[in-house]
Design a protein around this ligand. Structure first.
Ligand code: BDP
Length: 693
């Protein structure tokens, strides 16, 4: 096994399950022959055939016990006759039920739309992949969010920004003629977890993607993805009217600029009638935007929205902004720029907000814009690729991290206003969504490591249901990816569940953030202070000095805390109630500050670093115990990656302690080893060709 099959391996089930399943899957009966229904039929053939170890017959009607009938009431009189309660399932939901059809025992997979049927087919297969019964079924499900989108930060030369899994999957050079079968497998994998959109190119966009030559290539991908319910979207460069259209300005209120975008949208929809829309990074990190013309983000977004509106497209406008002139506290800037614009966006605009106020750190409190824009649909942006969590080699299951954000209580409209509930609310537009920055490339195993597949998987599952349990998701993924053996499932699930906390502990414990080395963000750099803008430097975030450490975001400091609803501000703002995990995010405290546990901050900090390193050693031990049960190639790769992670964790621990000790001048608590080298040694370590920059 080389990981190519992801969680869709469909390996033969053990004898006891084969006996149970075989009689409930004797015949595949497709109602309809659209490309989507054909995709469902082919997936069921592949999945049932693989798991049962024999081909399963196809038929045009139910003629024996154990038939699997799938379609919509519109395409099948047999399904219509069952009079199933499909109305509440919307456009994408499905129902799976054990029924009687023409006197035969059957399973029906039904939906209002073909794509719902395909999702149902994958769910039916998952029941078997996770060894659930498939008789006596009565399941119905529908996604809670409308846009479930992967953002590919892929450049046209196939370099992937923050990508650790090879080159871009999109081979622009051979498109539109060559349809690499991988494009279809990508679509299958996404459909299996309900992802229904893909932004094909980097948010740091190249204008050329909008030229007819590239739009033809985009259209080819859209055609391949369409049967799987996946719409394509593009990141656009705000200055494209200048770069491509020869205009003198990209001012969103200029009629020529507006006409250019309208014509461009028309040109796109002529090729891709169901094109999803635009994703925009504007006035952030050097990207052009409406503020270049003294216009607002709303002016910019609404111009693009107007161009897309006649065709049904949407604008996903990013709130990830920070600018040179306001660097007092970078964490405050998105809120400051966007909150005043609440209510000013067109009804086909979503504002896309990262989970935390800084930038995809191993841990951040939730972004204060959640709850602060009651009139604007907010789309949550997560980073599936592990830019700040050890690239592809560190084992860090992000399901727990995302659940932490989704479950966070903003108190915006009283207690229980979690981020999940906020993003499920389209504010009257019907628009809801979530985006994940993809971790996918052309590596054989797609994501650069086996365990990073779990993050793609978990993103899809949480996009479908933001209130799903990260642990259930990990367990399902493990069963499908590794083994049905309980020992393997329990061990791997437990490893995954504690993995992200380990990364937080060895990289940025107790609310520290942005301590990574310059540019590539690989390895520690807590001492870095030489970068052009203050908020690019780790010292800006840790503020360590002879007295103490941490960023004061209370009223005595930047007062970022005031951007949260009063109960949250009160909790995080008080040293008595702030959770330890956010202590240094919100407070600057002396090295000798007494933690709730009674120990000093200094001692607690050291303990966290060591706990992180020990946790990785624990992952290694657990993994080693699974050697007899895991195929050799995948086992060996993960063994090596865990060793890399262990060395990196030690490096993080030693370098961070060496730096902070140079400030605190305190001895390490008993039982904790001094870093083996001095600070100069760690500062001199460079990783010049680290991937993903
Ligand atoms: C940061 C990345 C950078 C992205 C930026 C963004 O380092 O490569 O361009 O986010 O989200 O995390 O726009």
């Amino acid at each position: 096994e080389d990981g190519y099959d992801l969680w869709l391996r469909y390996q033969p089930v053990g004898q006891q399950w084969r006996d149970r399943y075989a009689s409930a899957a004797t015949q595949i009966v497709a109602a309809g022959d659209s490309p989507t229904i054909r995709a469902a039929a082919s997936e069921l053939s592949r999945g049932l055939g693989g798991m049962l170890g024999r081909g399963v017959a196809t038929a045009s009607a139910v003629t024996r016990d154990g038939a699997v009938l799938f379609g919509t009431p519109a395409t099948s009189a047999a399904i219509a006759a069952l009079d199933l309660p499909l109305a509440p399932l919307g456009d994408e939901g499905y129902l799976i039920r054990s029924v009687d059809v023409d006197g035969h025992r059957a399973t029906v997979i039904a939906a209002n739309s073909d794509i719902g049927v395909l999702y149902g087919a994958f769910r039916f297969l998952k029941l078997m992949q996770t060894r659930q019964p498939i008789d006596g079924l009565d399941i119905s499900d529908a996604p809670k969010l409308k846009l479930r989108v992967l953002d590919h930060w892929d450049n046209l030369d196939r370099h992937v920004e923050r990508g650790y899994a090879g080159l871009s999957l999109w081979d622009w050079f051979t498109l539109p003629q060559w349809h690499n079968p991988r494009y279809t497998d990508y679509a299958r994998a996404n459909a299996s977890i309900g992802i229904n959109g893909a932004v094909l190119n980097n948010v740091n966009a190249q204008a050329e993607i909008l030229t007819p030559r590239y739009l033809d290539k985009v259209a080819a991908l859209a055609d391949i993805f369409r049967p799987y319910g996946i719409k394509v979207y593009l990141s656009v460069k705000f200055s494209a009217p200048i770069a491509l259209g020869g205009l003198k300005t990209a001012d969103p209120l200029d009629p020529k600029v507006r006409a250019w975008w309208q014509a461009k949208a028309d040109q796109i929809y002529a090729r891709v009638p169901d094109f999803g829309g635009f994703l925009v990074k504007a006035n952030s990190e050097g990207q052009p935007g409406p503020q270049d013309y003294h216009r607002t983000h709303a002016d910019g977004a609404n111009m693009l929205a107007a161009a897309l509106k006649p065709h049904g497209g949407v604008v996903m406008w990013r709130a990830f902004v920070y600018s040179q002139h306001d660097s007092e506290d970078r964490a405050k800037q998105a809120y400051n720029e966007f909150k005043p614009l609440d209510g000013k966006f067109a009804d086909n605009v979503l504002v896309q907000v990262k989970n935390g106020p800084i930038d995809f750190q191993p841990r951040e409190p939730f972004h204060p814009l959640f709850g602060a824009m009651p009139k604007t649909p907010l789309m949550l942006e997560l980073q599936v690729t592990k830019e700040y969590l050890g690239f592809n080699t560190h084992l860090a299951y992000l399901g727990t991290m995302w659940a932490e954000t989704l479950d966070a209580d903003t108190h915006a409209h009283g207690p229980g206003t979690t981020v999940a509930r906020l993003i499920e609310n389209g504010k009257g537009t019907g628009l809801t969504g979530i985006a994940g920055v993809a971790n996918i490339g052309n590596d054989r195993n797609w994501t650069g490591s086996e365990f990073d597949q779990a993050n793609w998987y978990a993103f899809g599952r949480l996009a479908w249901n933001p209130q799903a349990s990260a642990e259930h998701i990990a367990r399902d993924w493990t069963r499908m990816t590794w083994s049905e053996r309980p020992q393997v499932v329990d061990t791997i699930t437990a490893m995954m569940m504690r993995s992200r906390e380990a990364v937080v502990d060895y990289m940025t414990p107790l609310g520290l953030a942005h301590q990574m080395a310059t540019g590539h963000h690989h390895g520690p750099g807590p001492w870095v202070s030489n970068l052009g803008r203050p908020e690019w430097n780790p010292v800006y975030y840790n503020r360590a000095d002879g007295n103490g450490i941490g960023f004061d975001r209370t009223a005595s400091g930047s007062d970022a805390i005031a951007q949260y609803a009063p109960p949250v501000a009160a909790e995080f703002g008080s040293l008595k109630t702030v959770p330890d995990k956010y202590l240094l995010w919100f407070h600057h405290v002396p090295w000798t500050y007494r933690m709730k546990s009674g120990e000093t901050l200094w001692d607690a900090l050291i303990e966290h670093y060591d706990r992180g390193v020990q946790a990785v050693a624990g992952l290694q031990r657990d993994w080693a115990s699974l050697a007899p049960f895991i195929d050799k190639r995948r086992f060996d790769e993960e063994t090596a990656f865990l060793e890399i992670q262990h060395q990196d964790a030690l490096w993080w621990r030693n370098a961070s302690i060496a730096y902070f000790q140079s400030k605190s001048q305190l001895p390490l608590p008993a039982g904790h080893a001094e870093p083996p080298h001095d600070l100069d040694y760690y500062e001199a370590i460079k990783t010049p060709y680290a991937p993903g920059q």
